[in-house]
Design a protein around this ligand. Structure first.
Ligand code: IPD
Length: 271
């Protein structure tokens, strides 16, 4: 049944799933929370797990033959049945923000065929913003089409990045890049949710985003939403983007080559 569903049908399922996760997040927002540490500054909350249960419940009910890979729960479902499709779920992107009551977090669900993202849905339940894209059908925010910005110089751009949880080499690289962009850009933000950063690029609120050290579920839905909104997504050096590559450069397209060049410069200076 799952593989026979059309892309619009699967998109409705993804939307129902992210809304179910978002409802859990808002029910418990600012409530008492049990916090577990996964690593330095990496918080797993009860609510991550509850949101994941709600999302997985919808996906299993509505598309029982499509396997699910979820951040907190590993692989679920039958990966046989001749389908290379699977759902990729991030039940709460921006956990640290959520735990601290900073309202920048989202729920992300993507449908993949191998590494190819067929559709993506990201829901920001605090601001009630639903971002959706299906391959070839454009990107939408709450049902209306969205488009990346027109800014064509780094000097006029508002950029965003993220810092990895692990301290050490990656932080030094991140800060090296950060200082390069601080010297050039109009501003650089660090908002704490890669999924939301990608949505904000797609909607033209921000112009360029780079981050090292991300997981596939942080990037999958958002990478398609940016592309379908007319933006560009590659590896930070401008090479092909891979979900398993742990790094991303996503822009409005117009400042993409310039950003990749700055990143190349910073990396060369490190060597
Ligand atoms: C994190 C956020 C953050 C990024 C981290 C991610 P999580 O996701 O996307 O912006 O800097 O690398 O792990 O852990 O809150 O789901």
């Amino acid at each position: 049944m799952g593989t026979a569903l059309s892309l619009p049908g699967l998109e409705s399922i993804a939307v129902a799933a992210v809304r179910a996760g978002g409802a859990v997040l808002m029910d418990r927002y600012e409530g008492a929370m049990q916090i577990e540490m996964k690593g330095h500054a990496n918080l797993v909350t009860e609510v991550d797990l509850a949101s994941e249960e709600a999302i997985v419940g919808v996906l299993e009910r509505e598309s029982p033959t499509i396997p699910i890979v979820a951040e907190e729960g590993g692989v679920r479902g039958d990966s046989g049945g001749g389908s290379s499709r699977h759902w990729l779920v991030d039940p709460l992107d921006g956990t640290t923000n959520y735990v601290h009551g900073y309202p920048c977090f989202g729920v992300s669900v993507a449908l993949l065929e191998g590494e190819n993202v067929l559709l993506g849905a990201i829901y920001d339940p605090y601001h009630e913003e639903l971002y959706v894209a299906s391959q070839g059908a454009g990107a939408k925010l709450n049902g209306g089409p969205i488009r990346v910005s027109e800014v064509d110089r780094i000097e006029d751009a508002l950029l965003v990045t993220g810092f990895p949880y692990e301290v050490g080499e990656r932080v030094r690289r991140t800060l090296g890049l950060m200082s390069k962009f601080l010297e050039r850009a109009h501003g650089v933000r660090r908002d704490g949710s890669a999924a939301m950063d990608l949505c904000h690029i797609a909607a033209g609120k921000l112009d360029g985003f780079w981050e090292l050290g991300l997981a596939s579920w942080d990037m999958a839905a958002g990478s398609l939403i940016v592309r379908e909104a007319g933006g560009e997504v590659t590896a930070p050096d401008g090479g092909p983007f891979e979900l398993s590559g742990e790094a991303i450069l996503a822009t409005n397209g117009k400042i993409h080559d310039a950003m990749a060049a700055v990143i190349g410069e910073a990396e060369a200076e490190r060597e």
